[in-house]
Design a protein around this ligand. Structure first.
Ligand SMILES: Nc1nc2c(ncn2[C@@H]2O[C@H](COP(=O)(O)OP(=O)(O)OP(=O)(O)O)[C@@H](O)[C@H]2O)c(=O)[nH]1
Ligand SMILES: [Mg+2]
Length: 321
Protein backbone atom coordinates (compact mmCIF):
# COMPACT_ATOMS: atom_id res chain seq x y z
CA UNK A 1 0.00 0.00 0.00
CA UNK A 2 1.46 3.41 -0.92
CA UNK A 3 2.46 5.62 2.01
CA UNK A 4 1.19 8.91 0.43
CA UNK A 5 3.40 11.06 2.61
CA UNK A 6 2.52 14.73 2.93
CA UNK A 7 4.69 17.85 2.44
CA UNK A 8 4.54 18.38 6.24
CA UNK A 9 6.05 14.94 6.70
CA UNK A 10 8.85 15.64 4.22
CA UNK A 11 9.54 18.98 5.92
CA UNK A 12 9.85 17.20 9.29
CA UNK A 13 12.08 14.57 7.70
CA UNK A 14 14.30 17.34 6.31
CA UNK A 15 14.62 18.73 9.87
CA UNK A 16 15.61 15.26 11.03
CA UNK A 17 18.33 15.00 8.38
CA UNK A 18 19.73 18.43 9.23
CA UNK A 19 19.50 18.02 13.03
CA UNK A 20 22.79 18.84 14.73
CA UNK A 21 22.28 16.89 17.96
CA UNK A 22 20.46 13.85 19.30
CA UNK A 23 17.92 16.09 21.07
CA UNK A 24 17.09 17.85 17.79
CA UNK A 25 16.87 14.49 16.02
CA UNK A 26 14.38 13.18 18.61
CA UNK A 27 12.32 16.36 18.30
CA UNK A 28 12.19 16.05 14.49
CA UNK A 29 11.31 12.34 14.66
CA UNK A 30 8.47 13.12 17.09
CA UNK A 31 7.23 15.74 14.64
CA UNK A 32 7.41 13.16 11.81
CA UNK A 33 5.34 10.78 13.89
CA UNK A 34 2.79 13.47 14.61
CA UNK A 35 2.25 14.48 10.97
CA UNK A 36 2.58 11.09 9.28
CA UNK A 37 -0.73 9.98 7.70
CA UNK A 38 -2.07 7.22 9.94
CA UNK A 39 -3.07 4.23 7.80
CA UNK A 40 -1.93 0.71 7.01
CA UNK A 41 0.55 1.86 4.35
CA UNK A 42 2.60 3.81 6.91
CA UNK A 43 2.51 1.33 9.79
CA UNK A 44 6.01 0.01 9.16
CA UNK A 45 7.41 3.53 8.80
CA UNK A 46 5.71 4.58 12.06
CA UNK A 47 7.29 1.57 13.77
CA UNK A 48 10.73 2.47 12.39
CA UNK A 49 10.41 6.06 13.62
CA UNK A 50 9.38 4.90 17.10
CA UNK A 51 12.37 2.54 17.20
CA UNK A 52 14.73 5.37 16.19
CA UNK A 53 13.35 7.63 18.94
CA UNK A 54 13.76 4.90 21.54
CA UNK A 55 17.32 4.14 20.40
CA UNK A 56 18.40 7.80 20.41
CA UNK A 57 16.92 8.36 23.88
CA UNK A 58 18.63 5.25 25.20
CA UNK A 59 21.98 6.30 23.67
CA UNK A 60 21.93 9.78 25.16
CA UNK A 61 20.90 8.40 28.56
CA UNK A 62 23.87 6.01 28.48
CA UNK A 63 26.26 8.74 27.37
CA UNK A 64 25.21 11.03 30.20
CA UNK A 65 25.57 8.21 32.74
CA UNK A 66 29.01 7.04 31.59
CA UNK A 67 30.76 10.24 30.64
CA UNK A 68 29.24 12.97 32.73
CA UNK A 69 28.36 16.16 30.95
CA UNK A 70 31.12 18.01 29.09
CA UNK A 71 29.86 21.32 27.62
CA UNK A 72 32.82 21.32 25.21
CA UNK A 73 32.02 17.86 23.85
CA UNK A 74 30.08 17.91 20.59
CA UNK A 75 28.39 14.72 19.54
CA UNK A 76 29.30 13.89 15.94
CA UNK A 77 26.59 13.90 13.30
CA UNK A 78 26.68 13.75 9.51
CA UNK A 79 29.53 13.00 7.13
CA UNK A 80 32.24 14.76 9.15
CA UNK A 81 32.80 17.32 11.88
CA UNK A 82 34.68 20.58 11.28
CA UNK A 83 35.45 22.92 14.20
CA UNK A 84 36.10 26.61 13.63
CA UNK A 85 38.97 28.33 15.45
CA UNK A 86 39.58 32.04 15.55
CA UNK A 87 40.15 35.23 17.47
CA UNK A 88 37.22 37.15 19.02
CA UNK A 89 34.90 38.81 16.52
CA UNK A 90 36.54 37.17 13.48
CA UNK A 91 33.17 35.96 12.17
CA UNK A 92 33.10 32.30 13.26
CA UNK A 93 29.45 32.41 14.33
CA UNK A 94 28.51 34.39 11.21
CA UNK A 95 30.11 31.73 9.00
CA UNK A 96 28.38 28.86 10.81
CA UNK A 97 25.11 30.81 10.67
CA UNK A 98 25.50 31.45 6.93
CA UNK A 99 26.40 27.84 6.11
CA UNK A 100 23.89 26.02 8.34
CA UNK A 101 20.63 26.60 10.17
CA UNK A 102 22.30 26.63 13.58
CA UNK A 103 20.99 29.26 15.97
CA UNK A 104 24.31 30.98 16.59
CA UNK A 105 24.82 34.25 18.42
CA UNK A 106 26.33 36.91 16.17
CA UNK A 107 27.35 40.21 17.75
CA UNK A 108 29.38 43.31 17.03
CA UNK A 109 31.18 42.87 20.33
CA UNK A 110 33.82 40.18 20.99
CA UNK A 111 33.43 37.09 23.20
CA UNK A 112 29.80 36.62 22.24
CA UNK A 113 30.07 32.85 21.86
CA UNK A 114 30.58 31.07 25.17
CA UNK A 115 30.31 27.37 24.27
CA UNK A 116 30.57 25.23 21.13
CA UNK A 117 27.39 25.04 19.04
CA UNK A 118 26.92 22.63 16.15
CA UNK A 119 25.11 23.23 12.87
CA UNK A 120 24.62 20.95 9.91
CA UNK A 121 25.78 22.32 6.56
CA UNK A 122 24.03 20.74 3.59
CA UNK A 123 26.49 19.68 0.91
CA UNK A 124 25.16 17.87 -2.17
CA UNK A 125 23.15 14.96 -0.70
CA UNK A 126 24.86 14.90 2.66
CA UNK A 127 25.46 17.08 5.72
CA UNK A 128 28.72 18.26 7.25
CA UNK A 129 28.69 19.26 10.90
CA UNK A 130 30.22 22.67 11.65
CA UNK A 131 31.12 23.59 15.22
CA UNK A 132 31.05 27.26 16.19
CA UNK A 133 33.39 27.85 19.12
CA UNK A 134 34.22 30.52 21.69
CA UNK A 135 37.12 32.76 20.73
CA UNK A 136 40.78 32.06 21.23
CA UNK A 137 43.59 34.50 21.83
CA UNK A 138 47.11 34.17 23.15
CA UNK A 139 46.00 35.08 26.67
CA UNK A 140 42.66 33.34 26.51
CA UNK A 141 42.26 29.68 25.68
CA UNK A 142 38.99 28.45 27.19
CA UNK A 143 39.57 25.23 29.10
CA UNK A 144 37.99 22.34 27.23
CA UNK A 145 38.14 23.98 23.82
CA UNK A 146 41.37 22.24 22.82
CA UNK A 147 39.50 18.97 23.39
CA UNK A 148 36.78 20.13 21.00
CA UNK A 149 39.42 20.74 18.31
CA UNK A 150 41.20 17.45 18.85
CA UNK A 151 37.95 15.51 18.62
CA UNK A 152 36.96 17.15 15.31
CA UNK A 153 37.70 15.61 11.91
CA UNK A 154 39.09 18.89 10.54
CA UNK A 155 39.66 22.52 11.51
CA UNK A 156 38.65 25.77 9.88
CA UNK A 157 40.99 28.51 11.08
CA UNK A 158 39.27 31.88 10.69
CA UNK A 159 41.29 35.08 10.27
CA UNK A 160 39.59 38.47 10.19
CA UNK A 161 41.30 40.37 7.37
CA UNK A 162 39.27 43.54 7.88
CA UNK A 163 41.88 44.61 10.43
CA UNK A 164 45.60 45.22 10.05
CA UNK A 165 46.39 42.77 12.87
CA UNK A 166 45.50 39.75 10.72
CA UNK A 167 49.10 38.53 10.68
CA UNK A 168 49.11 38.61 14.47
CA UNK A 169 45.92 36.54 14.49
CA UNK A 170 47.43 34.01 12.09
CA UNK A 171 50.64 33.62 14.09
CA UNK A 172 48.83 33.61 17.43
CA UNK A 173 46.34 30.96 16.36
CA UNK A 174 48.98 28.66 14.92
CA UNK A 175 51.07 29.09 18.06
CA UNK A 176 48.16 28.13 20.33
CA UNK A 177 47.23 25.14 18.17
CA UNK A 178 50.85 24.03 18.00
CA UNK A 179 51.58 24.49 21.72
CA UNK A 180 48.51 22.44 22.62
CA UNK A 181 49.47 19.75 20.06
CA UNK A 182 46.40 20.23 17.90
CA UNK A 183 48.66 20.82 14.88
CA UNK A 184 52.35 20.18 14.38
CA UNK A 185 55.05 22.40 12.91
CA UNK A 186 58.28 20.87 11.56
CA UNK A 187 61.73 22.30 12.33
CA UNK A 188 61.69 23.94 8.91
CA UNK A 189 58.57 25.82 9.95
CA UNK A 190 56.32 23.73 7.72
CA UNK A 191 52.91 22.95 9.21
CA UNK A 192 52.27 19.24 9.59
CA UNK A 193 48.78 18.80 10.89
CA UNK A 194 47.53 15.57 12.38
CA UNK A 195 44.14 17.13 11.70
CA UNK A 196 43.33 18.35 8.20
CA UNK A 197 42.67 22.07 8.28
CA UNK A 198 42.22 25.12 6.11
CA UNK A 199 42.65 28.83 6.75
CA UNK A 200 40.02 31.33 5.68
CA UNK A 201 40.45 35.07 5.34
CA UNK A 202 37.00 36.25 6.44
CA UNK A 203 35.41 39.70 5.95
CA UNK A 204 37.02 40.02 2.52
CA UNK A 205 34.17 42.40 1.64
CA UNK A 206 35.76 45.15 3.82
CA UNK A 207 37.46 47.99 1.92
CA UNK A 208 40.93 47.38 3.43
CA UNK A 209 40.71 43.60 3.47
CA UNK A 210 42.61 42.95 0.25
CA UNK A 211 45.48 45.27 1.22
CA UNK A 212 45.74 43.60 4.64
CA UNK A 213 45.76 40.18 3.02
CA UNK A 214 48.43 41.20 0.50
CA UNK A 215 50.72 42.42 3.29
CA UNK A 216 50.17 39.15 5.15
CA UNK A 217 50.94 37.07 2.06
CA UNK A 218 54.13 39.03 1.52
CA UNK A 219 55.27 38.36 5.07
CA UNK A 220 54.30 34.67 5.01
CA UNK A 221 55.51 33.32 1.66
CA UNK A 222 53.51 30.36 0.38
CA UNK A 223 50.59 31.10 2.71
CA UNK A 224 47.43 29.48 1.44
CA UNK A 225 44.22 31.15 2.52
CA UNK A 226 40.73 30.94 1.14
CA UNK A 227 39.03 34.33 0.83
CA UNK A 228 35.44 34.58 1.97
CA UNK A 229 32.80 36.83 3.43
CA UNK A 230 30.14 35.51 5.77
CA UNK A 231 27.86 37.94 3.89
CA UNK A 232 28.10 36.01 0.65
CA UNK A 233 31.09 35.92 -1.67
CA UNK A 234 32.97 32.63 -1.51
CA UNK A 235 30.45 30.73 0.63
CA UNK A 236 29.39 28.25 -2.05
CA UNK A 237 32.98 27.40 -2.94
CA UNK A 238 33.85 27.18 0.75
CA UNK A 239 31.31 24.35 1.14
CA UNK A 240 33.10 22.38 -1.53
CA UNK A 241 36.50 23.03 0.04
CA UNK A 242 35.21 21.91 3.43
CA UNK A 243 33.99 18.65 1.94
CA UNK A 244 37.42 18.11 0.37
CA UNK A 245 39.45 18.73 3.53
CA UNK A 246 37.50 15.98 5.25
CA UNK A 247 38.98 13.55 2.70
CA UNK A 248 35.79 11.55 2.41
CA UNK A 249 33.77 10.05 -0.44
CA UNK A 250 30.07 9.27 -0.85
CA UNK A 251 29.15 5.77 -1.97
CA UNK A 252 25.66 4.39 -2.75
CA UNK A 253 24.37 0.88 -2.20
CA UNK A 254 22.46 -1.22 -4.68
CA UNK A 255 20.72 -4.55 -4.17
CA UNK A 256 20.74 -7.09 -7.04
CA UNK A 257 17.95 -6.46 -9.54
CA UNK A 258 16.90 -3.22 -7.80
CA UNK A 259 17.68 0.44 -8.56
CA UNK A 260 20.49 2.00 -6.51
CA UNK A 261 19.50 3.60 -3.22
CA UNK A 262 20.42 7.21 -3.97
CA UNK A 263 18.61 8.62 -0.91
CA UNK A 264 21.44 8.27 1.51
CA UNK A 265 25.13 7.98 0.73
CA UNK A 266 27.48 5.93 2.86
CA UNK A 267 30.53 7.94 3.89
CA UNK A 268 33.97 6.37 3.46
CA UNK A 269 37.47 7.73 3.97
CA UNK A 270 39.25 8.62 0.73
CA UNK A 271 41.08 5.49 -0.44
CA UNK A 272 38.29 3.30 1.00
CA UNK A 273 37.70 -0.05 -0.74
CA UNK A 274 34.73 -2.29 -1.45
CA UNK A 275 35.64 -4.16 1.78
CA UNK A 276 35.31 -0.92 3.81
CA UNK A 277 31.94 -0.28 2.19
CA UNK A 278 30.76 -3.83 3.00
CA UNK A 279 31.84 -3.36 6.64
CA UNK A 280 29.59 -0.32 6.95
CA UNK A 281 26.56 -2.26 5.77
CA UNK A 282 27.10 -5.26 8.05
CA UNK A 283 29.99 -6.37 10.23
CA UNK A 284 29.83 -9.91 8.81
CA UNK A 285 29.93 -8.82 5.16
CA UNK A 286 33.71 -8.32 4.69
CA UNK A 287 34.33 -11.99 5.54
CA UNK A 288 31.62 -13.15 3.12
CA UNK A 289 32.44 -10.70 0.33
CA UNK A 290 33.60 -12.19 -2.98
CA UNK A 291 33.56 -9.22 -5.37
CA UNK A 292 31.31 -6.32 -6.38
CA UNK A 293 29.75 -4.57 -9.34
CA UNK A 294 30.50 -0.86 -9.58
CA UNK A 295 28.90 2.01 -11.49
CA UNK A 296 30.81 5.29 -11.65
CA UNK A 297 34.59 5.13 -11.42
CA UNK A 298 34.87 1.93 -13.50
CA UNK A 299 35.30 1.93 -17.27
CA UNK A 300 31.97 0.19 -17.76
CA UNK A 301 28.73 0.51 -15.83
CA UNK A 302 28.21 -2.46 -13.54
CA UNK A 303 31.80 -3.64 -13.98
CA UNK A 304 32.93 -6.49 -11.74
CA UNK A 305 35.73 -5.46 -9.38
CA UNK A 306 37.83 -7.19 -6.71
CA UNK A 307 37.23 -6.83 -2.98
CA UNK A 308 40.10 -4.36 -2.61
CA UNK A 309 38.96 -2.06 -5.42
CA UNK A 310 39.41 1.57 -4.32
CA UNK A 311 36.11 3.43 -4.60
CA UNK A 312 35.58 7.04 -5.65
CA UNK A 313 33.08 9.73 -4.71
CA UNK A 314 29.68 8.99 -6.27
CA UNK A 315 30.25 5.27 -6.93
CA UNK A 316 27.32 2.86 -6.78
CA UNK A 317 28.19 -0.58 -5.42
CA UNK A 318 26.40 -3.93 -5.60
CA UNK A 319 28.07 -6.41 -3.29
CA UNK A 320 28.51 -10.02 -4.40
CA UNK A 321 28.44 -12.09 -1.25
N1 LIG B 1 31.15 42.88 6.69
C1 LIG B 1 31.29 41.71 7.28
N2 LIG B 1 30.97 41.58 8.57
C2 LIG B 1 31.13 40.37 9.15
C3 LIG B 1 31.60 39.23 8.42
N3 LIG B 1 31.66 38.20 9.27
C4 LIG B 1 31.23 38.64 10.46
N4 LIG B 1 30.93 39.95 10.41
C5 LIG B 1 30.49 40.80 11.53
O1 LIG B 1 31.50 40.76 12.52
C6 LIG B 1 30.93 40.77 13.84
C7 LIG B 1 31.39 39.55 14.63
O2 LIG B 1 30.84 38.41 14.04
P1 LIG B 1 30.65 37.05 14.86
O3 LIG B 1 30.19 36.03 13.88
O4 LIG B 1 29.81 37.27 16.07
O5 LIG B 1 32.16 36.77 15.29
P2 LIG B 1 32.72 35.57 16.20
O6 LIG B 1 34.03 35.19 15.66
O7 LIG B 1 31.71 34.50 16.33
O8 LIG B 1 32.89 36.34 17.59
P3 LIG B 1 33.11 35.66 19.04
O9 LIG B 1 32.01 34.70 19.28
O10 LIG B 1 33.07 36.81 19.97
O11 LIG B 1 34.43 35.03 18.98
C8 LIG B 1 29.43 40.83 13.63
O12 LIG B 1 29.03 42.18 13.72
C9 LIG B 1 29.23 40.30 12.22
O13 LIG B 1 28.07 40.80 11.60
C10 LIG B 1 31.92 39.42 7.03
O14 LIG B 1 32.35 38.50 6.32
N5 LIG B 1 31.74 40.67 6.52
MG1 LIG C 1 30.87 33.75 17.99
Amino acid sequence: MPANLTPQYYAAEENYKSAGSSEEKVKALQEMLQVIPKHKGTEKLQGDIKKKIARLKEESKKKKQTKGFNPFGVEKQGAGQIALAGYPNSGKSSLVGALSRAKVKIAEYPFSTALPIAGMMPYKDTFIQLVDTPPLSVDNVPPGLIGTFKEADALLVVIDVSTADCLEQYEGLLQILHDREVIDISEEGEIIAPLPYMIVANKIDYADARDNLDVMKELVPGLEVFEVSANGPGLEELKERLFHILRIIRVYGKAAGRPADMDRPFILKKGGTVIDFAAQIHKDFPAKLKSALVWGSTRFDGQAVARDYVLEDGDIVELQL
